[in-house]
Design a protein around this ligand. Sequence first.
Ligand code: NAI
Length: 338
Amino acid sequence: MTTLPKTIGIMKIAVFSTCNYDQEFLEKYNTSHQLVFFEQTLNLDSAPMAQGFQAVCLFVNDRADAEVLSSLAEYGIKVILLRCAGFNNVDLDFAEEVGIKILRVPAYSPEAVAEHTLAMMLTLNRKTHKAYNRVREGNFSLESLMGFNMHGAKVALIGTGNIGKALYKILKGFGCRISAYDPYPDAELVADGLEYMDLREALSDAEMVSLHCPLTDESFHMINENTLKYFTKGAMLINTSRGALVDTAAVINSLKSGQLGYLGLDVYEQEAALFFQDLSGEVIQDDLIARLISFPNVLITSHQGFFTREAMQQIAETTFLNADAFVAGKNMINEIKP
Ligand code: NAI
């Protein structure tokens, strides 16, 4: 276990979107800040809860757009500690304008997300989720459980940063034939023999496509009605990156026509209203996710790719390293600027 230096100053930090496990890990690795935990996600309604604090600690579905940031600035918030890598939920330009620093956890166990991606691929392929239920009901038939060998299967990785690279190494071990699309090819992977292609070529050459790029204006709905036409008929799409990379209505149509053969989602465009909550006693109002859940060849998990002990520890440790660097006025290596 890493030993962390004790802090030089204490901040009062409002932690939004807290689940039990967040509280457990943040308390365990807290250097010496005063933490107040809120279950609520940060939005315009909940922003007043940040009054009296110097920092807010946010997760993937907290909103830090211009409206929320103006309120935070008014309450004297000086720094946002993101306990995630993605920052598509933060208006960086506006944050700079109102003098709020943004610090994130750039990489926390990329293997955690890569391994979850693999779990989704194998589950969809070998239908272990169905086999589990069948056998529990005394049904030992193999009808409709046939899968395909991962060995020799063609996989396209869209984005080969930390997570894409970790998945590349795993899939290479399986004997998959891997290609990739990334505007910035990784020299180490090129030297290892990975072939980079343009997006269209990568999509049309694969039986499995896995998305590992950030959500930006450019990548918004990169999987849409048009790009789905490039897919090999019956191919598998996995998205463990950000929901809005995929146009949900378009993938539903593609699944209905059989063009898309399997879909694995750990992220969903409208996940903020659903994920991380127990809604089992309620009527789901989101018709798109309800339709997705009804397909036999769709697997949805609730943004749990990151969720391992090792990643939780790294998130907590880096969050406090960031907080300490801010308080000490040190070089903030994990600061994100516009
Ligand atoms: P990274 O920053 O290390 O790598 C991203 C890669 O995507 C870079 O190589 C970049 O050149 C490439 N890229 C940028 N725009 C692209 C585009 N339009 N098309 C193809 N490639 C593009 O990020 P990392 O750590 O690998 O994470 C990837 C994504 O995974 C994050 O942006 C985040 O949204 C998501 N994530 C999901 C988690 C989960 O629990 N499901 C946990 C952590 C991250």
